[in-house]
Design a protein. Sequence first.
Lengths: 283, 233
Amino acid sequence: MLKILALHAALTLGGAVPALEVDTILRVSRGSRLDLEVGVQQARIEIRAWDRDEVSVQSAAPVRVSMTGAVVRVGSPQPPARQRTTYEIRVPAWMPLNVNGTMADVTIEGAGGDVSVETVMGTIRITGGDGRVAAKSMQGSVTIEGARGRIEAFSANQGVRISDASGQIQAETLNGSVRLEGIESSDVLATSTNGNIEFDGPIRSDGRYRLTTHNGRVTVGVQEGANATVTVSTYNGRYTSSFPVSITETGPDRRYTFVIGTGSARIEASSFNGNIEFRRPGR
Amino acid sequence: MKGGYGMHEEWTDRLSAYLDGDLPPETRAAVERHLAGCDACAAVLEELREVIALAAELGDLPPGRELWPEIAARVEGSPAGPVRRATVRPIHGGRARFRLPALIAASLVLATVSGGALWRALSRNPGPDAPASAARPATGAVRPAADVGEFGQASAAIAELERVLMESRSRLDSETLRVIDENLAIIDQAIDEVRRALAEDPGSAYLNLHLADTMRRKLQLLRDAGAFTTQTL
């Protein structure tokens, strides 16, 4: 407790405060952000929002905590601990979060600001986020739920799932599926090399939706009453629709186009080797 | 949708000049009349505007992290030396003429410094056929990107990054290396399949764009791998 109080006192004076702690509370004001960098430390990182203007950092192993200006920095000790370390962090909901690790599983709950997470070997799960919400993992799944704003999700070797989100959506995998569910967006880009792509969300009249994979099935939910010009491209797959459509144009390179309603939105669905399926949402 | 396939080439060939303000008044008026009634050509024009705008915005962006600036410098033929900014040349400028392969090549180069913003714009291919028409150069014959070296700069960058990765493999842990190798193999197989398809159908806008997209992925994966090697130094 004495260490915590000392840190508080130093922060009040406005200085940079490096410390090696296992239990730290920092008082912060709006405009601050959290930078968490654990390097090659094997870690489980759990960040949860609360209604206090404080950052709480708890870890079973010593952790580096400092605050310079408006930036709270949390990092692993050097050299990193041999054992896997758990970081339990509480932050104000408004606080922008920036998390970087190599072998880190990251869970963020209740974020209300920008969120950026990058790990090499680890899963990422984000609930909330408002502004720019970005998550990238090489070998780990990425799940984003309830985010708003510009949402970017990438996983090289696992799946990406974005649900109940709104804003500009960009989801990408190399070897994994992309699932977009409950999406409210006029700008969706979902791509994969070796994975299925599934989109379920209202097609907005001014929207642009591009869903493309090399190996995999593309499934698009289109609600009744939607207005869209749909272009379908597949080289070795086939196209099906659970509702009647009328092909208006057939391109020379296995492209088909059909118009729904006024045709104002644009949907492009393509798979080199897979099938493309249009259906009503939720079916 | 207004406009049908095969009817746009004479118009899309003029869009670049239209944007440049190079058309005589009567031709300009004719283009505008056509645009008013043709969704496909209007969409191509919109794409070209986006590409030009993005290229202008991206021209001054700093390069990506880690190894890319040095590699970009080497690819461009500069002697090895101080790291410098990656440059953007292909379509920036008011007198550019647009062909699909050139746009794709440009998108690949720009994607490496922009995080794919231009690629996003290019990938918003709205019309069923317009890009294929836009791809036709003045001589009339479609020039497939893969066959005419339009990907030269990107291919050189990929080759250089592959060399860097080969030399740096020992710095990566076995699991990371496995994931990278596995995904590179998947991408290479995809590229191979698309190239074979392009050999049969060289004018396909879909296949050209898909090849560009897949190569961009390989480029990005190799850049990520390069970043991992520097992290572990």
